[in-house]
Design a protein around this ligand. Structure first.
Ligand SMILES: [Ca+2]
Length: 118
């Protein structure tokens, strides 16, 4: 038997010194279902969707990252990716100013104008 435990031991030691030996990475996708909404007219729908598509990429996709690190012991990363539906619902609630569940052309225009100024 020519077993040499030394390299294994050295490896473990390096691992301990470098830290983050136990790394846990997790990506959580969170999305909700779209709220029911009505458009007063085709134009209202078109204006709304156009404004929605113009939202900046940072506003479209929300990502948060939580890192918990206990040096030399373990490290855990959790990434939360929020879906498009959440953005849609937020846009709808922002757009429907009188909260009647129906987007009028006027509301859509106001919403679209607000996006231009962002
Ligand atoms: Ca409304």
């Amino acid at each position: 038997m020519n077993f040499k435990p030394l390299p294994v031991l050295a490896g473990s030691l390096v691992c301990l010194l470098v830290g983050g030996c136990i790394t846990h990475e997790e990506t959580v996708y969170r999305d909700v279902s779209r709220n029911q909404v009505e458009f007063e007219s085709d134009a209202a729908g078109r204006i709304f969707y156009e404004a929605l598509s113009k939202l900046p990429p940072t506003g479209r996709k929300q990502e948060s990252k939580t890192t918990l690190e206990i040096p030399l012991v373990f490290k855990t990363d959790t990434r939360v990716v929020r879906g498009e539906n959440e953005l849609f619902n937020r846009a709808i609630s922002e757009c429907d100013t009188n909260r009647d569940g129906k987007i009028s052309e006027k509301e859509a225009r106001i919403f679209a104008e607000r996006q231009e100024h962002h």
